[in-house]
Design a protein around this ligand. Structure first.
Ligand code: SF4
Ligand code: SF4
Length: 781
C-alpha cells in the first residue's frame, strides 16, 4: 500500500493548520504497554497495516512517564487549562502490572495535579483486572473503560486469545469486579465494536446487563482502500444496525447513555458532540507511544504503515510542538479541515465527516468523506429528527425534559413514575437475556427460559407482572455476579405461567428446603435441595406432588395463616386502583442494613396490610402530589426486624427497585411519611440510572446537617430529594409539632440544595433538576 509522503510534512486534507498560536491539546493517550494479551482480529494496532508497535519498547519506562507528565503540565500551565484528560492505553495497559500502574498514576497526579485537574482514565480489555489493580485504580481515581462486543457469541467473533480461546468469561469477571461497591467509582463504561453478524438487540441487552455507566459503539476500522463490508448489497447496513439499537434504546427510556447517539442528539440540540466519531468539534488529542514519541490518533494505524507518526517526542519536543504539527493542527480546524463533499453536505454539522481514519484513500490521503458516508447520512438523519418528546433538552438527559422537570418538583405525575418503571423493566429484561446464554448449561434454567420466552409472546402481562417484582431484579443481578443460582429462572417462569393460567409441567429448584415463586409465595418441602416438579391444570397447581393453594395466594388474603400443605402465600394489601405485596417469603429480599422479618403470622400480616392501606390513603389525602409516585412505584413492602434501640427504620435499595423496607411503626402518620421518604429514594435512583445529574468523577464530600459524616454528591442529592418531600408532608399537617418538623426539614434541604448549586459539580440536567427542587421550596409560604 502506498503511503502519501505529504502526511508527515503537511496536512493531507484540504484545510491548512491555523496560522498563529496553536490551539491547546487537552487529551492525551499514553501507550503504557505496546503489547496485548489478546489477539483480536479487528484490532487496529496489531492486525492493520501499521506495524510500528514492533519497534516500540514493551512498557513505558518511568523516566518516559515523568517526561510526559512534565510536558503535559508545562502545556496546561502555559494555556491555563482547567482540566486535562489522560487515558492509559495499549496494547493492554494491565500488562504493566499493579505496581507499574500505581507508580504511573502517582507520577501523573503529582506532576499534573498542581497545574490542572487531571481526569485520569484507562481503556482495557479487562482480562487481567484483579482486586489488587482495582485497589490501585480507586486509590488514584482512575476510571476504566472495558471493551466488550456483546454476549459470548458476539464477543468471541473477534476478541479471542492468540490460541483462539474465548476472552468472554474473563471480561465478565472484570465487569463484575468493577460493579463491586468498593470499585464502582472506577467503572467508566463499555466500548463495543459493531459487527453486522451480531444481532444488535442481543448486543444491546448483553451490554445493558453489565450495568455500565456509559456505552459507546465503534464502527469497525475501514477506509476507501479497505471499504466496510456490505453484505447482500445493502446500502446502509451499519446505520440499520445502530438504528435498531436506537429504537430499542428510546423505547426502553434510554436506560444508559450511549455516547454516539447522545453526541448526535447533543449536536441536534445545538450542543457540541462528545465523540471523536461525529461532529465538528476539534480533535484536540495526541498519542504518546511507549518510547515517548508523539503520534496522531491511534485509529490511523488502520490506514498505512507509519500513518500516525509525527517525528516528535516528549524528550526533545513540547506539546506545543506536537499541537503545531500540520497533521494534528488541521484536525482542530473543524469544517475547514473537511473535503469539499463534506463541507457541502446538509448534515455536516452533526456528522463532521465521521472518524478521521475512515476518510483515507491512497492517492489523496484524508481528503474524502468517510467510507461510512451512506451509513452516517442515514444515521444522522434518523437520530437527529426523532420526535421532539424523545429529544433531550440537555445533552446528558436520558429522560425527556418534561419528565425530568416534573420529577424535579419533588413530586411527579403517574406518567413520569411510569417512565421510571419502564426503564426498570427494560433493565431486568436485559439481565435475563444475558443470563439466558448461561442457562443452556443448566437444564432446569434452560426449561425455565424457554417457557418464559413462550409466555412473553402469548401472555406478556403475566411476564411483566413477575419481572417487575423488585426482587427478581435483585436475584438477576446476584446471579450475573455469581452470588445466586441460575435455576431460579425456572421459578420466575413458573410464576408467570401460574399468573397466566397456562398449563405447564416444569422442574423447579428447592433451596434451603423451600420452593419460591416470586410474587406468589413459597412452599416448604422435605428436602433441603434438589428439584421438584410444578404442574398446573385449569388453575389447579401441584407442587412437589402436593396440590397447593397458589390460586388463593394470588388473591393474597392478608389474614390467611399458613396451612398444613406448607404453602406460604404472599399476602396483598389492596387499595383503590392498586395493590402492594407484603413480602416475607422472597429469598432475595434481604438487601437492607437491618435484618428482614421472617414469615409473619396471619394476625401480624393483617395488622401490617391494614396499616399500609391506611398510610397510602393518608398520603392520598394530605400530600396527593406524592401519591402518584407511591402508588405507581411501590410494589412490595418488606417488614424489618425491630431495632434493639427501638428506633424506627426504613430503607430502599436501588437493586430492589419498587420495594420499601420498614420496621413496625406505631401510627399511620409515621408510616405515611416513611413511605413518601423511601419512594423518593427509589425515584431518584431510577433517574440516576439513566441521567447524569452530576460529575461522577468529582470525589468531593459535603457536610450535611442530617449526618455526622461528610457525604458524597450522590448521597447529598438523595438526602435533599427525600427531605424535600418529607418537609412538604409536614408542611401540610396541622399543629406546632408538625410546624417544627417542617422548619427543620426545610432548613436542611435548602442549605444542602444551595451547597450543591454552589459546588460546580452538577451537569446542565442536574442543575436544572436541583433548581426545580429549589423552586418548589421557594413556592412554600
Ligand atoms: S484487546 Fe485491544 S489492543 Fe488487544 S488485541 Fe484486542 S483490540 Fe487489540
Ligand atoms: S454524511 Fe458523508 S458527506 Fe456528509 S459529512 Fe458525513 S461523511 Fe461527509
Amino acid at each position: 500500500m502506498s503511503r502519501p509522503s505529504s502526511l508527515r510534512s503537511e496536512p493531507a486534507g484540504p484545510g491548512r493548520p491555523p496560522a498563529g498560536p496553536v490551539a491547546p491539546l487537552t487529551q492525551y493517550v499514553l501507550k503504557l504497554v505496546s503489547r496485548c494479551d489478546l489477539a483480536c482480529d479487528h484490532c487496529y494496532v496489531y492486525e492493520h497495516p501499521d506495524q510500528s508497535w514492533r519497534r516500540q519498547p514493551r512498557v513505558m519506562a518511568p523516566a518516559t512517564v515523568a517526561a510526559v507528565a512534565r510536558r503535559i503540565a508545562e502545556h496546561a500551565a502555559a494555556h491555563r487549562l482547567d482540566v486535562v484528560r489522560v487515558v492509559l492505553h495499549g496494547g493492554e495497559p494491565l500488562l504493566a502490572g499493579a505496581a507499574r500502574l500505581d507508580a504511573t498514576a502517582a507520577t501523573l497526579r503529582r506532576v499534573i495535579g498542581p497545574v490542572a485537574r487531571l481526569d485520569l482514565r484507562m481503556q482495557s480489555n479487562g482480562v487481567l483486572l484483579t482486586p489488587a489493580t482495582c485497589d490501585v485504580l480507586v486509590a488514584h481515581d482512575v476510571k476504566v473503560g472495558i471493551s466488550l462486543d456483546g454476549d459470548r457469541a458476539a464477543n468471541d467473533r473477534h476478541r479471542r486469545h492468540a490460541n483462539g480461546a474465548s476472552s468472554h468469561r474473563h471480561v465478565l469477571r472484570a465487569l463484575a469486579l468493577l460493579r463491586r461497591p468498593a470499585y464502582r467509582t472506577s467503572y467508566a463504561g463499555i466500548l463495543c465494536t459493531v459487527d453486522l453478524a451480531n444481532d444488535p438487540i442481543r448486543v444491546y441487552e448483553a451490554l445493558l446487563a453489565e450495568e455500565p455507566p456509559h456505552v459507546d459503539f465503534l464502527l469497525p476500522h475501514a477506509n476507501w482502500d479497505n471499504p466496510p463490508g456490505r453484505p447482500d448489497g445493502l446500502a446502509t447496513p451499519y446505520a440499520d444496525w445502530l438504528l435498531a439499537v436506537h429504537r430499542r434504546w428510546l423505547a426502553d427510556g434510554r436506560p444508559v447513555p450511549i455516547r454516539l447517539l447522545e453526541s448526535l442528539l447533543a449536536s441536534a440540540s445545538g450542543h457540541g458532540s462528545r465523540s471523536e466519531a461525529v461532529g465538528l468539534g476539534p480533535a484536540d488529542l495526541v498519542v504518546v507511544e511507549t518510547d515517548g514519541t508523539f503520534e496522531q490518533v491511534d485509529s490511523l494505524k488502520s490506514a498505512f504503515d507509519g500513518a500516525a507518526a509525527t517525528g516528535l517526542d516528549v524528550f526533545r519536543h513540547s506539546v506545543d510542538d506536537a499541537a503545531a504539527h500540520p497533521a494534528i493542527a488541521v484536525r482542530q480546524t473543524g469544517l475547514a479541515g473537511l473535503c469539499a463533499t463534506c463541507r457541502a453536505c446538509p448534515v455536516v454539522a452533526h456528522c463532521g465527516g465521521g472518524l478521521y481514519a475512515h476518510r483515507f484513500r491512497s492517492g489523496n490521503g484524508f481528503d474524502n468523506p468517510s467510507a461510512y458516508c451512506p451509513d452516517l447520512l442515514r444515521l444522522v438523519r434518523v437520530v437527529t429528527t426523532a420526535p421532539p418528546a424523545e429529544e433531550p433538552a440537555h445533552p446528558a438527559d436520558s429522560l425527556s425534559p418534561d419528565v425530568l422537570d416534573d420529577l424535579a418538583t419533588g413530586a411527579g405525575t403517574a406518567a413520569s413514575a411510569g417512565q421510571l418503571a419502564a426503564v426498570h423493566l427494560a433493565l431486568v429484561r436485559a439481565l435475563l437475556v444475558a443470563l439466558s446464554e448461561r442457562a443452556a448449561g443448566d437444564p432446569v434454567a434452560a426449561d425455565g427460559w424457554r417457557l418464559l420466552v413462550r409466555l412473553d409472546d402469548g401472555h406478556p402481562e403475566a411476564v411483566r407482572d413477575v419481572l417487575s417484582h423488585p426482587f427478581v431484579r435483585r436475584w438477576a443481578r446476584r446471579c450475573r455476579d455469581g452470588a445466586a443460582e441460575l435455576s431460579y429462572l425456572a421459578c420466575v417462569a413458573a410464576s408467570a405461567a401460574v399468573r397466566a393460567r397456562v398449563r405447564i409441567d416444569l422442574p423447579v429448584p428447592v433451596r434451603d428446603g423451600v420452593v419460591s415463586l416470586p410474587t406468589l409465595g413459597a412452599l416448604a418441602v422435605g428436602a433441603e435441595r434438589g428439584v421438584v416438579r410444578l404442574g398446573t391444570d385449569d388453575g389447579d397447581v401441584r407442587l412437589a406432588g402436593r396440590r397447593v393453594g397458589v390460586g388463593a395466594g394470588r388473591d393474597g388474603d392478608p389474614a390467611r395463616e399458613d396451612g398444613p400443605d406448607g404453602w406460604r402465600p404472599v399476602r396483598t394489601a389492596r387499595f383503590d386502583g392498586g395493590r402492594l405485596l407484603l413480602e416475607d417469603t422472597d429469598p432475595h429480599r434481604d438487601c437492607y442494613d437491618v435484618p428482614v422479618q421472617p414469615r409473619l403470622t396471619g394476625a401480624a400480616a393483617l395488622r401490617w396490610t391494614r396499616q399500609v392501606q391506611r398510610a397510602v390513603r393518608r398520603v392520598d389525602a394530605e400530600a396527593a402530589e406524592y401519591a402518584a409516585g407511591v402508588r405507581t412505584l411501590l410494589r412490595a413492602l418488606v417488614p424489618l426486624r425491630p431495632e434493639p434501640t427501638g428506633r424506627f427504620r426504613s430503607a430502599a435499595a436501588g437493586a430492589a427497585f419498587g420495594a420499601v423496607a420498614v420496621t413496625a411503626v406505631p401510627d399511620d402518620a409515621t408510616l405515611a411519611v416513611l413511605l413518601v421518604h423511601e419512594v423518593q429514594h427509589l425515584k431518584l435512583a431510577a433517574v440516576l440510572d439513566v441521567c447524569d445529574l452530576f460529575d461522577r468523577d468529582d470525589t468531593r464530600r459535603l457536610s450535611v446537617p442530617w449526618r455526622d459524616d461528610p457525604r458524597p454528591v450522590e448521597g447529598v442529592l438523595h438526602g435533599v430529594y427525600a427531605h424535600l418531600a418529607v418537609a412538604d408532608v409536614w408542611r401540610r399537617r396541622p399543629g406546632p409539632a408538625a410546624a417544627g418538623h417542617f422548619r427543620r426539614y426545610r432548613r436542611w434541604t435548602e442549605g444542602a440544595v444551595d451547597d450543591l448549586l454552589g459546588l460546580g459539580v452538577l451537569t446542565g440536567a442536574g442543575e436544572r433538576f436541583v433548581r426545580g427542587m429549589r423552586a418548589t421550596m421557594d413556592g412554600w409560604s
